[in-house]
Ligand binder design. Sequence first.
Ligand code: ADP
Ligand code: MG
Length: 985
Amino acid sequence: MIKWLLPRFTGNKNEREVSRIRPTVARINEIEGALQREPAEKLLSLTSSWQNHLARYHALNAPPKSLLEKMDGAGLLATAEGIEVRLSALRKEFPSLPSRVEANQLSIEAAKSAFHQIEGDFKKSRSKYLEKILPEAYAVVKNAARRLCGSEILINNQAMKWDMVHFDVQLIGGIAIHRGMIAEMQTGEGKTLVATLPVYLNALTGLGVHVVTVNDYLAKRDSDWMGALFRFLGLSVGCIQSQMPPSERFNAYNCDITYGTNSEFGFDYLRDNGMASIKEEQVQRGHYFAIIDEVDSILIDDARTPLIISGQSSHDSYQFDALRPSVAQLVKRQTELCNTFAAEAKRSLEKGDNAAAGPILFKLKLGQPRNRQFMRLMENPEIRRLLEKTELSFQQGSFKKDLHKLKDELYFTVEEKTRDADIMERGRKFLSPSDPNSFTLPDISQLIAAIDSNHKLTRDQSATAKTVLRDQTNAQAGKIHGISQLLKAYCLYERDVHYVVKEDKVTIIDESTGREMAGRRWSDGLHQAVEAKEKVSMEKETRTYATITIQNYFRLYDKLAGMTGTAETEVAEFRDIYELDVLPIPTNTANIRIDDNDYIFKTRREKFNAVIARIESAHAGGQPVLVGTASVDSSETLSRLLKRSKIPHSVLNAKFHEQEAEIIALAGRRGAVTVSTNMAGRGTDIKLEQGVAELGGLFVIGTERHPSRRVDRQLRGRCSRQGDPGRSQFFISLEDDLMRNHASPARMAAMIEQSAAAGGKGRNGESIGKLVETAQKQVEQRDYKGRKQVLDFDDVMNLQREIVYGFRNDVLTNEDTRKLVHDIISETIPTKIHELLAECDPAESNFDPLLHWIQTSLPISITSEDLTNQNENTLSAMIVEKVKNAYHDCVSGVPLELLDQQERQMFLHAIDPLWQEHLDAMDELREGVYLRAQGQKDPIVEYKNEAYELFVVLMEEIKQTALQNLFRSAASLRMMISQRKASKV
Ligand code: ADP
Ligand code: MG
């Protein structure tokens, strides 16, 4: 009963939401009707009047105090008048503002600070106003679209005629997006046009709206296409492309609207905040509103790997080069071993000795799940069932104790499901016969405690001992990690499935889209391990300069919204992680696609044969077919088979990324056969050629179920756009990864038997659908957990990143760098003094440690007499004062602009290297807590605590380094100036 009620209830909730929006839609259409009788100028004048109103909420661009001090009367008057104009527009709403701004420093400063007081409320004012003008603004956009009809626009240098006026459902979608929701609209419903409504409305604020697309091609296409509409309304549009130089990026970001891909936006953010050395190098100007097209692809699929900007560093702590040959040997040994297991298993099975065969099969699965003979055995449902039973008895049943004995026969174990590899005792002995223990980690806290309790050691000796211990442990951990990553690279990552090798490079393939993810790298050394395996040049060890997860990048925005055809299955994740609600929006015309039940086969070969036969019959009648595959590999197999059957076709996969849009656009032609990895060509419209509708429209064949239901829906959605006819069907086999790893073998076997009884045609009913869905849900959940974990860890980093980037930005933009210098002096010196005083002996007037430090790092003179009989506070204050004066003396006469620049650089030189080292340390820490996780500690808790400690140390170190750099940089500055003077003379 409840089960029946629940979906109905949620369905109703969404429908209610949609009907609540309907009156606004009516209102928009009414206003738009009236606009049709107005001249086109009316649209422009409305636009600029709204822009003018919203401009009152911009930041106040007033000169800093230091500049005001130097201004003459005329300058002050002009400044006061400028501020007066801004305040006058705001006084009605914010009565707290001063009633007059006088042309003097005091009054101007007061106005500035009164303005800052109210700034926090601007967000609310702005959104209230936008809400108010929404119907009229949307009517303006719709009316502009109407006026554009028939006019020619250039899209990617090809002329096209504009022929769209927003449908009602598109207005609904546009409203949902403005409200920060995900508009779920089917493929072909015209989401590109939907976005114009909220984009226009929010761009009126002048804060910059970012429209995020899945690839460069779509960014360019949409900015050209929709740009026509925006420009018609007087707004500026920019587009970021991957190879663009910074100056062009800067211009694009300065537009009212900016199109680009998620990684370009993210990388620009990282470069701006982690790498730019002067303000002018920064290209972004803020994060107001992002509208993400194909939002599931970006926020869910792409969120698995963080964005990383990295460079090379000198050493290779994982020692991949050294380890690779022996690991390759190890893998070979295991393969040989597993082949003998397979033979043994076959013999026992032939003898009918299942008790003996079961454990051997399980060993095989643990040791080499993709072993050919093993996979062949698994085609037999009885044997699958036997393995399943054996596995259960080892995991929870009577043989639980024997599991490690079983594993001990292997060199290492591999777990396909969780993508893990673990080296066993036997493997360790193989790699290091003389000392297998060189692959285990000592208990470092115990050893440290031992050092601490050793009273014979002096403080220095014990510190040295600890450093040595830490270094050894780190080297050891690096080696262990290196081996495990190499094992993964060899046993779990397949060429052309998980990555491609091209031009001496390993490029990741996105498993959902089949798209090459240029510039992305697997983290934790895995990428280098794969490079080592493929023997391409290995980027020795990369140092991370800056990194952020997609999740945390998009959380930077004040407002976030999205659109896609497939969001419903991921509602929970959107809600939990991004606080985004999903609103399914009805289609413009009813969808008449026919979704056939799945066909299931025992083997991939049988499946592919059936697929070819089905393509052949559709093709013979002229019906276009789009075939989706799960990997580049299957695409190629299929293409070979099609060639053999002499069926002309085009292949579209990660390797031919560039032309994919052009190929897929033609997939609706009569007789076309297009093979494509699952989501390649996403976002490109497939139009049916004339006469194709009569043949049943586009026929979509899925050759494998994808681990995520969403991706299957996406594939089905490629046909039957806008009321077109169309059909979809999936073909699956027990050898598919999804079925092997996640479906219940017993039930599958039963199903196959049933179908065999029914004539062996492989056809089966809805029960297969259920089975597949269960497996998919399992994977979806696992993947969600994975993403959540990446995020949990990145959240810790995120806090730190915000603080460091905040400080860094302050350095780049602060009007008064001298103040930053003073702050550093007054913060660091007392800490240092406190620390050193503890080593002094004031009673004996012995201040040597402190004096030594002062003499070697600060250009001031202090004697022990100066220090006697003073408490710490006055002593600190005195030294701080002296240091400030010394600094002033050092830099007096240096032109202010030059000094300013030098000071900024001095800070950056303190921040950047230390932050980068810190990122490395955090990486190590993350690995470390995983190793410790075996000791029943929660890795994330451990990570948080230790990360906090590391961070405290980092911030202190940054400040101390800045202090140390301070006088060195001042000295070099003076030297530079005197040289310049000398050369002029
Ligand atoms: P989606 O992104 O939702 O899959 P697109 O934005 O690619 O859809 O649009 C699909 C097709 O529908 C395009 O060819 C577009 O020109 C057309 N289209 C969209 N909106 C309208 C409209 N209001 N009137 C006519 N054609 C439209
Ligand atoms: Mg689209």
